[in-house]
Design a binder for this molecule. Structure first.
Ligand code: SAH
Length: 369
């Protein structure tokens, strides 16, 4: 099925205003439509009861509100974690998003790209390369899908983290517009502090984030404390080595006054030694930050194994003793699939819907607060 017209989720408020005016409608209709989309979470113009019929018809003929089709769902943790594989309408691409429900918050982990060009050694998404960037509308549609589900239980999305598939900093404009739309007080009104962008270390993106007027959370996937190892695990490090990455992280702290989260995926005998922990503590000393330790989630065709539990705890202890706050991400089961594309892989190879005990998605109690 090919969908035509404009995706209203792609538009800023001003963009919607312009569209409405171009259609010969009064300006105030934009606020009404925005309210229906982002406050009432409606996708069918017929339900927009305070709009005149001709405008509802225009909306149906010339526009649509998101076009993602959920094609597979996996739940874990007694239904508190739900991973959905979405398919795009016009090019039938698939990518995934995850909802994680806690006592005090409901976090959506969104994808920013279909595939990823960065080819990190331990990441399933990177194996397939980049297919394309997601649009602003496709990013927002992921959040809205879960927001509608939650609303049935009178619950709300409280946090959005860009830790799904792709590198958000390489699709900055679309990601940023999605954040602006969801933050807009006339509609979804999710506070800027409720968003976290996770990056493999795209320095210009971090610098841009540092200077944006909206103060959004930053997570950096560190994964190695020296350039030699980081070059191996994350080829992007050759372009933006640790010296530049740390300088950008400091700039972010200076400009925003917010601490940075560093993600560190622990792979057995690769980056989990005492020496690595000491180096990490030294690298981060003095910075306003926090480390999330994530035992590696094994992926097919890749020999890396998760670090044994005692090493994870040892790593944490060394960081803490070195004055660096560190938590282990285990709240969602021992296997954590932080956007590493496993659901998509299964679906693409098997072509069937899977449910049950697939790897759950992890989030520490600390992220996105
Ligand atoms: N590109 C961004 C966001 C997507 S990756 C980034 O790099 O931050 C989100 C997180 O998943 C990163 O912290 C990454 O290091 C982690 N991750 C990727 N593959 C993983 C695996 N096999 N096991 C555990 N975590 C993984």
């Amino acid at each position: 099925m090919v969908i035509g017209g404009v995706d209203l989720l792609d538009l800023s408020f001003d963009g919607l205003l312009q569209t409405v005016v171009d259609w010969g409608q009064p300006r105030f209709r934009a606020a009404q439509i925005w309210h229906w989309i982002y406050k009432s979470l409606v996708t069918d113009p017929e339900q927009m009861s305070n709009l005149p019929k001709d405008l509802r018809n225009q909306l149906k003929e010339r526009a649509y509100i998101g076009h993602l089709r959920p094609v597979a769902t996996v739940t874990a943790d007694d239904g508190l974690t739900e991973k959905v594989l979405f398919q795009t309408a016009n090019d039938q691409q698939t990518f995934e998003s995850v909802l994680m429900c806690y006592a005090d918050r409901n976090t959506v982990c969104v994808s920013s790209q279909i595939g990823c060009p960065l080819a990190c050694a331990f990441c399933a998404t990177g194996r397939r390369g980049l297919v394309r960037n997601l649009t602003t509308g496709e990013i927002i549609a992921q959040v809205m899908y879960f927001a509608r589900k939650l609303l049935e239980q009178k619950l709300h999305v409280t946090n959005v983290v860009f830790m799904g598939m792709g590198e958000p900093m390489l699709n900055f404009d679309a990601v940023w517009q999605a954040i602006l739309n969801l933050n807009d007080h006339r509609g979804f009104a999710l506070g800027s502090r409720r968003f976290t962008i996770s990056t493999a270390g795209v320095v210009p993106g971090i610098e841009r984030l540092a200077r944006e007027s909206l103060s959004v959370g930053l997570a950096i996937s560190l994964n190695a404390p020296n350039n030699a190892l980081r070059n191996q695990l994350m080829p992007l490090n050759r372009r933006y080595p640790l010296e530049r990455l740390m300088a950008a992280a400091k700039l972010y702290v200076e400009h925003t006054g917010r601490r940075v989260s560093f993600e560190y995926v622990l792979a057995k005998d690769v980056n989990d030694s005492e020496a690595h922990a000491e180096q990490t503590a030294k690298l981060l000393r003095g910075m306003l930050c926090h480390v999330n330790l994530i035992p590696l989630n094994p992926i097919p065709g890749c020999d890396y194994e998760p670090s044994p539990w005692e090493r994870v705890l040892r790593f944490q202890r060394i960081l803490t003793q070195g004055g660096i706050q560190a938590t282990v991400r285990v709240s969602r089961g021992s296997e954590i699939c932080a956007g590493c594309g496993q659901l998509r892989g299964l679906y693409t190879t098997a072509g069937t819907q899977k449910t049950g005990d697939l790897n759950s998605h992890g989030e520490s109690g600390d992220l996105g607060d």
